[in-house]
Design a protein around this ligand. Structure first.
Ligand SMILES: NC(=O)c1ccc[n+]([C@@H]2O[C@H](COP(=O)([O-])OP(=O)(O)OC[C@H]3O[C@@H](n4cnc5c(N)ncnc54)[C@H](O)[C@@H]3O)[C@@H](O)[C@H]2O)c1
Length: 307
């Protein structure tokens, strides 16, 4: 939880004392929606963050997003200037991902949801990171066991599934692959607690618990819209006001990113071999048209450009 304005910043000595997971230095790979939130909460918890993205501008844009969040925190009295001054230098952009991995205790991957791209990254990380380092993926749906299979250390590969917006939502769904060791699970749980999050450990399966349940609902909301049953606002209102959801499924799809939703549904359909997860044709068309939700400025709703 954010500290009050008059709380003293956490000292380095206190951070070291609390640390029983052996993790001081984290490499975050990917500087999109999720990588930004993850880098922010990790730095706020007192750890050092090296931050890498293949896009030359993504880390800079992400740093701007984090800085804006910290400024809002100061304006609203949730953060002090001193706290933010202590957070800032903890995040350092990385130019070479292999070099950055060589000094990381933990790598958190938050790149594009594509199996071959993630497997290739994990293969490289397995060669570059120190022997004890944990390699974590923020994947929404891909098999942790399969990602671990691209490495020489499957016992130290785990899913750390954060939720969007990361600084706000308490859950981290910790996904245990077939060969993930107890030690890796225990250290990951301890780390999530240090980040102020609530870890829930689940086993590896397509979509884990969260997206196996959430994505069929979002998909059905999109089919309901394209069938002309109701307007986008009416669909969202029914779920908010009748089912006590804080946000409607179409607005939530925009927040998650329609491309991310499509990738997850494709994975569920392919990995379960069950057409009940078939993505709505309207979702596929919108992604093809570049209507990705908040991050592109338009999805089911229109937004002011966020990046
Ligand atoms: N968006 C959500 O609500 C959400 C929630 C939970 C988990 N996830 C998962 O988190 C991951 C990232 O999602 P996002 O929404 O932040 O995506 P995004 O599209 O906002 O950002 C992805 C970033 O990864 C970078 N990238 C792509 N390939 C790379 C590589 N090989 N090395 C380094 N950087 C690379 C891209 O340049 C981009 O900046 C995905 O696996 C997604 O499924 C997303």
């Amino acid at each position: 939880m954010p500290s009050q304005q008059d709380d003293p910043p956490v000292s380095e000595a206190e951070i070291k004392q609390e640390n029983d997971d052996g993790i001081d230095s984290v490499l975050v790979v990917g500087a999109g929606t999720m990588g930004s939130g993850i880098a922010q909460v990790v730095a706020e918890a007192g750890l050092r963050v090296a931050w890498y993205d293949t896009s030359a501008t993504a880390v800079e844009t992400g740093l701007g997003r984090i800085e804006a969040a910290w400024r809002r925190g100061i304006e609203k009295g949730r953060r002090s200037e001193a706290e933010v001054a202590a957070f800032r230098p903890r995040i350092v952009p990385a130019v070479d991902v292999a070099v950055a991995a060589a000094t990381a205790d933990l790598v958190i991957e938050a790149i594009v949801e594509e199996r071959p791209v993630k497997r290739s990254l994990f293969g490289m990380l397995s060669e570059s990171a120190p022997a004890r380092a944990i390699l974590a993926s923020n994947t929404s749906s891909l098999s942790i066991t399969e990602i671990a299979g691209a490495t020489e250390r499957p016992g130290q590969v785990i899913g750390l599934h954060f939720f969007n917006p990361v600084p706000v939502l308490p859950l981290v769904e910790i996904v245990r692959g077939l060969r993930t060791s107890d030690d890796t699970v225990e250290r990951s749980v301890a780390l999530c607690l240090r980040l102020g999050k609530t870890p829930v450990v689940v086993n590896d399966a397509p979509g884990f618990v969260s997206n196996r349940i959430l994505m069929p609902m979002i998909n059905e909301a999109i089919v309901t819209l394209s069938d002309g049953v109701a307007t986008r606002e009416a669909i969202d209102d029914v779920m908010k006001l009748g089912m006590a959801h804080p946000i409607g499924p179409l607005a939530l799809a925009d927040l998650i990113g329609l491309d991310v939703c499509l990738h997850i549904l494709d994975t569920l359909q392919n990995d379960f071999g069950d057409d009940k997860y078939r993505p709505a044709p309207l979702l596929r068309r919108m992604v093809a048209a570049g209507l990705l939700g908040r991050k592109s400025g338009e999805g089911f709703y229109r937004y002011d450009r966020e990046r």
